[in-house]
Write a protein that binds this ligand. Structure first.
Ligand SMILES: [Zn+2]
Length: 118
């Protein structure tokens, strides 16, 4: 399961950040997850519970913010960003031009931690 190894590296990064912040315990981890990241949210949550065992993150909650795909349409009449719902064919919802400029959707990053300090 690919999400389990992602969960382990996520927990490792969060543990290091928490340690640097002098945290005794981590309560919540806020994650930004793009639709194109290829990560299944439910599988990641499951992997997270396993990966946090025995770490300062044990028992903490993983809060996932799902980010839609945003493309940029470069056609003269648009020249703006659009959030699109489908994952097939990155076309402008307004003028139907294909776009290869993906501005958002690949994120897999920790936004912030909610920690307890002594
Ligand atoms: Zn357009």
């Amino acid at each position: 399961m690919h999400e389990l190894s992602i969960a382990y590296s996520l927990v490792q990064n969060a543990s290091e950040a928490a340690q640097q912040a002098g945290a005794r315990k981590v309560n919540k981890v806020f994650l930004r997850l793009g639709k194109l990241s290829g990560v299944v949210k439910e599988a990641l949550l499951f992997g997270y519970d396993i990966a946090t065992k025995g770490t300062p993150l044990e028992g903490s909650e993983l809060v996932i913010q799902a980010l839609p795909v945003v493309i940029y349409c470069a056609s003269p009449q648009c020249q703006q960003e659009f959030a699109i719902s489908g994952l097939q064919g990155f076309r402008c919802p307004k003028c139907n031009q294909p776009s290869n400029q993906i501005r958002q959707g690949r994120e897999l990053e920790i936004e912030k931690l909610e920690i307890e300090v002594d």
